[in-house]
Design a protein around this ligand. Structure first.
Ligand code: MIC
Ligand code: SF4
Length: 787
């Protein structure tokens, strides 16, 4: 137990602390036991001495007693990272836990704002190991090498800012071309039983290595970098029991595509999805990562697999045999207790699992391959497949590439040409170099595939697509994770379907969505051709080829590093603190927009062309809510401006209100802010004068992001009350003088005809968060404390 095992081969002085998990769990279990079986009596917890007389004390004791039950793996890792296991109140779904993550990771599109905030906090260096990854800002145009060179040129100022900031604050920096954050993390930093937060919603990818890895907004990351415990609502745990064995065409991706269909885009909210059961061992470590990655699409806090031999294999293949050996010693804490209690259990039989195709426009519209043809015809989805895109953080493992290449090779051998265009996005430089050495890249090349840069590329709209015109209806198949409207190519008429890389590759040869590669035949050079199921090695038999070195370690002497942000820059802007709470901003204010239907972070703060302004709050605010549909006219980016008395763009109208000193609110529907972790979706609203976002329900990360920036995320106590507000109404948020946890607020609505309506609003603020609200933002509080 006193062994010293480094967290990563790149950080020689940062060690894995399995002993802390062991110690914390002992404390938690002892406390639970101390309550004994009876419901009355004396509480022996140090927090509550004396007799039980409070209702809350009773709840507290009951919850702790339930911890005496066998624990899920999620609970073990989460409670194993408690800041104060002795005194922490623990109730799944209710208490706010204070946690000590092992690491932080940021990608370039979110790191800019995170680091700008960290700079405002005035600290000399980050408190926990942190890395920054340049992956989102590289546009796919010609191919890997040319696109990277172009990105380096275009984004010079931003890369330079991130590189010097990393040097100054002791952060590991992964240069453009190194690969996608989640792949780099899996290859170098993730470890079983670890806890990490990352400023990207697909951070849970590391669950494939048994890590509790959670996507957060930049401000949460700043807390942890500044040594403040990270707060998380104690998650519920959804168990997914896997039986049978994965084989043939079915792939890990199909597990999560099916789960998404069952749970829908909000089914995982507030929960960690934990996989268990005999089927787990039939999935490779990278396959488990794929499954965890896309848990983001069901709103899950994170997803997690128990430590097993497949993880050990991957650790060894990535030169971390010491971690595997150490994990073996602590395996009892890296797997669930027998009989662990889940809040909900879903069983999936891998023996009968079919390939799935999910979409268009939402990742939870799941259709099994055998029914996909009918669905395409019935729904009138464009039948022709224009482009197949594989790779991304979700699916670019060696296994994915090998299995996809095996299908391409079959078609080549049979003389079947590709009908659709084909692109490959390697997840990392290591993957790119290895598939180049081992021949998969050559196979892709022979079928006309283009290997793009090791970066997000088309997955986040960094795609200079030329083959169809804007507005032209068309279909594409992607092995990525998200398919919100316009995401890949900014064309709202593009129907993007999410599926496995194997299926994308096979379908490229028919160019037709109604083709089923498992049953249908194609015309080859010497007659009909039918695909055999894909196959390929899980790990490279000759080991990984590291490729070009793309890592910049922080220098030993950081004192002379200067970070500069030019005041004239249109890409970077230093932050000015938001004003603190002022009661008058909540009285008789306007409804800027009442949003109809789905409103993801892509609707609130679009990516693609706007990614370049991620470090400049005022400039990026020009995209605020431009994708959201106004219920009044069912149009996007057209709302009634009460000052000019005409329909105008949302950001323009908000700026007019702000200039006139008129605060405003947004009204929204369900699962508002689903999707990305980008805090710009909260910052922009605050920057342009918004004070509250009132919706039927929120996605977790967005709700926290709003709180952190001094906004009020509020929900209708009765979702039907959404109907009672119109854009022309004047509203007041009442009850803030006595703002307190668990106490609802009142929305007083004044109609143009003089009538009024009162609506009950719920909130999830705790005491600390109310402090952020009053200070104007969480950062204001932190900066005040640092002085
Ligand atoms: C995404 O997949 O939507 C992104 C781009 O990776 C985002 C992060 C961002 O908006 O910068 C995410 O998922 O958090
Ligand atoms: Fe990048 Fe796409 Fe993965 Fe987000 S989902 S990290 S944009 S590859």
């Amino acid at each position: 137990a006193s062994q010293k095992v480094t967290m990563s081969n790149l950080e020689s002085d940062k060690f894995i602390n399995y002993q802390r998990i062991e110690d914390n769990l002992k404390i938690v279990r002892d406390r639970a036991r101390a309550f004994g079986p009876s419901q009355s009596g004396v509480i022996s917890s140090p927090k509550f001495t004396g007799r039980l007389h409070h209702f809350e004390d009773l709840i507290f004791s009951l919850n702790l007693r339930s911890l005496g039950h066998p624990l899920t793996l999620a609970e073990k890792v989460v409670y194993g990272h408690l800041d104060d296991a002795k005194n922490q109140d623990i109730e799944r779904g209710t208490s706010y836990l204070k946690l000590r993550p092992d690491r932080v990771a940021c990608q370039d599109a979110t790191a800019q704002m995170a680091l700008l905030q960290f700079m405002s906090a005035g600290l000399p260096s980050v408190a926990v190991p942190t890395t920054v990854h340049c992956d989102h800002l590289i546009e796919a145009q010609k191919g890997g090498v040319a696109d990277l060179a172009r990105a380096n040129e275009i984004n010079k100022e931003v890369y330079n800012f991130l590189a010097t900031c990393s040097q100054k604050y002791n952060i590991g920096f992964w240069k453009p071309g190194s690969g996608i954050i989640h792949q780099i993390i899996l290859e170098n930093y993730a470890f079983p039983g670890g806890m990490m937060i990352g400023t990207d919603s697909h951070t849970p990818n590391a669950g494939g290595l048994g890590m509790v890895a959670v996507g957060v907004g930049g401000a949460d990351a700043v807390d942890v970098m500044a040594d403040i415990p990270w707060e998380l609502k104690c998650p519920k745990v959804i168990g997914i029991k896997l039986t049978g064995k994965l084989s043939g065409w079915a792939s890990p991706k199909d597990v999560i595509l099916k789960v998404a269909g069952i749970l829908t885009v909000k089914g995982g909210t507030g929960a960690i999805v934990e996989y268990f059961g005999p089927g787990v061992d039939s999935i490779s470590c990278t396959g488990m990562a794929t499954i965890c990655n896309m848990g983001a699409e069901i709103g899950a806090t994170t997803s997690l697999f128990p430590y097993n031999s497949r993880m050990a294999d991957y650790l060894r293949a990535t030169k971390r045999e010491n971690i595997a050996a150490y994990a073996d010693v602590f395996k009892h804490n890296l797997t669930p207790d027998a009989g662990a209690k889940y809040d909900q259990v879903i069983e999936i039989d891998l023996n009968t699992l079919e390939p799935y195709v999910n979409g268009p426009f939402t990742p939870d519209l799941a259709t099994p391959l055998s029914q996909f043809k009918d669905a395409v015809i019935k729904n009138g989805w464009p039948k022709e497949m224009k482009v197949g895109l594989i790779g991304s953080c979700t699916n670019s493992s060696y296994e994915d590439m090998s299995r996809s290449a095996s299908l391409a090779q079959q078609a080549l051998d049979a003389g079947v040409p590709a009908k659709a265009k084909f692109t490959i996005t390697p997840g990392s430089e290591q993957i790119r170099a290895t598939i180049e050495r081992d021949g998969q890249a050559a196979v892709f090349d022979k079928i006309g595939g283009v290997v793009l840069a090791n970066a997000c590329g088309p997955c986040i709209g960094q795609w200079d697509r030329q083959d169809v015109k804007k507005g032209e209806r068309n279909s594409i198949l992607i092995s990525y994770n998200r398919n919100f409207t316009g995401r890949n190519d900014a064309n709202p008429a593009t129907h993007a379907f999410v599926t496995s890389p194997e299926l994308v590759t096979a379908m490229v040869f028919s160019g037709d969505l109604t083709f089923n590669p498992m049953t249908d035949t194609l015309q080859g050079a010497n007659g009909p051709f039918k695909f055999q199921p894909p196959n390929g090695a899980e790990l490279p038999p000759r080991g990984f080829d590291a490729g070009v070195d793309t890592y910049q370690a922080p220098p030993a002497d950081r004192s002379k590093v200067v970070v500069d942000v030019a005041p004239t820059s249109n890409r970077l802007q230093l932050l000015t603190p938001f004003a603190k709470y002022d009661p008058k901003n909540y009285k008789d204010i306007d409804v800027l927009i009442k949003v109809q239907g789905k409103c993801t972070t892509d609707h609130i703060s679009m990516a693609g062309p706007w990614l370049k302004f991620r470090g400049h709050l005022d400039n990026i605010s020009n995209n605020m809510l431009i994708g959201a549909v106004n219920i009044a006219n069912e149009q996007a980016n057209s709302i009634y401006n009460k000052l000019t008395k005409q329909f105008e763009a949302v950001p323009k109208t908000a700026r007019d209100y702000k200039a006139a000193g008129k605060p405003w609110v947004v009204i929204g529907d369900e699962n508002y802010g689903e999707g990305s972790s980008r805090e710009h979706a909260a910052l922009e609203v605050r920057h342009l004068g918004g004070v509250a976002v009132i919706v039927k329900s929120f996605a977790r990360i967005h709700e926290t992001n709003l709180k952190k920036q001094g906004m009020l995320p509020l929900t209708f106590a009765d979702p039907k009350d959404y109907e009672k507000i119109n854009p022309e109404d004047i509203v007041s948020i009442q009850g803030l003088e006595s703002f307190a946890p668990g106490v609802p607020l009142n929305l007083h609505v004044a109609k143009p005809d003089g009538k009024t309506v009162d609506i009950k609003l719920n909130h999830t603020f705790n005491d600390g968060q109310i402090g952020w609200f009053k200070a104007g933002s969480a950062l204001n509080l932190m900066a005040a404390a640092a002085k």
